[in-house]
Design a protein around this ligand. Structure first.
Ligand SMILES: Cc1ncc(COP(=O)(O)O)c(C=O)c1O
Length: 456
């Protein structure tokens, strides 16, 4: 495609021969490829809380990349750790071999996970962490002699990544409908937790805990002894920060305990400080049995996911196999690879040195107040938020998603980068933001959203 925007792209390249001279070959993920390629948004640099695009414009990062970079971009400590690791040991197969870094990182992670979720399985990303969590639950019950527990309960408007397990237990219609004939069997969904009376509620809504009783109804319907696990995001992230009603998660925990069902928290977004504590589990004082994480674990710099399981789960699976046999037939070529471990360890040091969780918790009230100040803009249908994450719903225009995408483009023009899902704009600033950065994000949100409504 040789259009104007492409030419603009070419002239901005300082070494054109070494760079892409066509946008056609890369089939971009979760992107309107045709529209994008007519008017590309290419980032060429990231530093601190700012990106620079190929036209030289500076954009503030209002969503920490894709909820990945709470420590800001271009962290020297991580770059050096990865470079040093590459010098020393670039790759080792993770099956029946290993290297010290993975044990060190697992130990450090286990210091932050709640209670005895101290057994850490490394994956490649959030999606592979979710598949691993589901398989761990199934393997645990098989090992325990309860192989009849094969049903999994997810929730509407849940996002658990893009693999078959994840889209089966997830509840985002667009992600599921093309693949509806190949989804996992024995999956049920709780209702989502966003009630009409809870629009423009900051933090946990007062009403709605009763929605957790859906799990009791599903259990009554199929037999609680047949359910292996219930998986939820403590705060649904990708569908726009759906904060659980007060008491909801606690009630889910109680129902799981009553029936021997494992509770899985998918903390791929909420983990590593986004809710003001290491994990949402601690922020809401509810401990799952299995917890997934990814993204911020390496400050987004290297692909890495992890699954933390209770010690009894690990012990049961290990003890069900003869000594010398592989106990869990699961793993990836890139599980616990040296470069990801190096980035993860460097991130652990940053978290500790810079009190990142504390920073997130301290900045949250300022951020949420600022976000809710946008309430006066006509055309905003709802604002929600908790910790350092918030969602703004733009009123639907013609068809779902049109307003959100148009707004996203106006925000980009106004110098702001964020994640839009459907008609929801998701704001999740890096924790290293100062108050003036939050002010800049809010000002640009106001400009971009207002411009969208003026020109639509
Ligand atoms: C809660 C949750 N689970 C899983 C995933 C999938 O992670 P990944 O894109 O790294 O596979 C995401 C991604 O946003 C997520 O938000």
């Amino acid at each position: 495609m040789f259009n104007n925007s492409y030419k603009r792209l070419e002239t901005s390249m300082n070494t054109p021969n070494q760079r892409a001279n066509s946008l056609e070959e890369h089939w971009m993920p979760f992107t309107s490829n045709r529209d994008y390629k007519d008017n590309p948004r290419l980032m060429v640099k990231a530093e601190g809380v700012y990106y620079t695009d190929h036209n030289g414009n500076k954009l503030i990062d209002a969503s920490s990349g894709l909820f990945c970079n709470p420590a800001g971009h271009s962290r020297k400590e991580i770059k050096e750790a990865v470079a040093n690791q590459l010098e020393q040991l670039d790759y080792v197969q993770p099956f029946q071999q290993g290297f010290e870094g993975s044990f060190e990182l697992a130990r450090k992670i286990s210091k932050h996970t709640p209670e005895d979720l101290n057994r850490i399985f490394f994956t490649i990303c959030g999606s592979s962490a979710v598949e691993t969590a589901i398989k761990t639950a199934i393997a645990y019950f098989k090992a325990k002699g309860e192989g009849h527990r094969s049903h999994i309960v997810g929730r509407e408007r849940g996002y658990h990544g893009m693999n078959i397990g994840g889209i089966s237990v997830g509840g985002m219609v667009a992600n599921r409908k093309t693949f509806s004939n190949i989804l996992m069997p024995n999956v049920h969904h709780l209702r989502h937790t966003h009630l009409p009376e809870n629009v423009f509620v900051k933090g946990e809504p007062e009403t709605g805990a009763y929605l957790a009783e859906d799990l009791e109804r599903i259990a009554a319907n199929i037999g609680p002894e047949n359910i292996a696990a219930c998986i939820v995001e403590p705060v649904a992230g990708s569908t726009g920060t759906l904060v659980p009603p007060k008491g909801y998660l606690k009630k889910l925990r109680e129902i799981c305990d009553k029936h021997g069902i494992l509770l899985i928290f998918d903390e791929v977004i909420t983990g590593w400080g986004r809710m003001g504590e290491p994990f949402a589990s601690q922020a809401f004082n509810v401990t799952p049995d299995i917890l997934t994480m990814a993204k911020a674990i390496t400050n987004g710099v290297m692909p890495l996911g992890a699954v933390a399981s209770r010690e009894k789960i690990y012990d049961t699976i290990l003890e069900s196999s003869p000594t010398g046999a592989i106990e869990f037939f699961h793993g990836y070529t890139y599980s616990a690879i040296p470069v990801s471990m190096a980035a993860g360890l460097a991130m652990q040091n940053i978290i500790e040195k810079e009190n990142l969780f504390e920073r997130s918790k301290k900045m949250s009230p300022y951020f949420l107040d600022a976000l809710f100040s946008l309430k006066d803009i006509d055309g905003i249908a709802d604002i929600r938020g908790y910790g350092m994450m918030g969602g703004i719903d733009i009123k639907v225009d013609e068809r779902p998603g049109k307003a959100g995408y148009s707004c996203f483009k106006k925000l980009f023009e106004a110098g702001l980068s964020l994640k839009a899902t459907g008609d929801c704009l998701i704001v999740a600033p890096p924790f290293v933001c100062e108050e003036h950065h939050i002010d800049e994000i809010i000002e640009k949100l106001r400009t971009g959203i207002t411009n969208y409504f003026k020109t639509k």
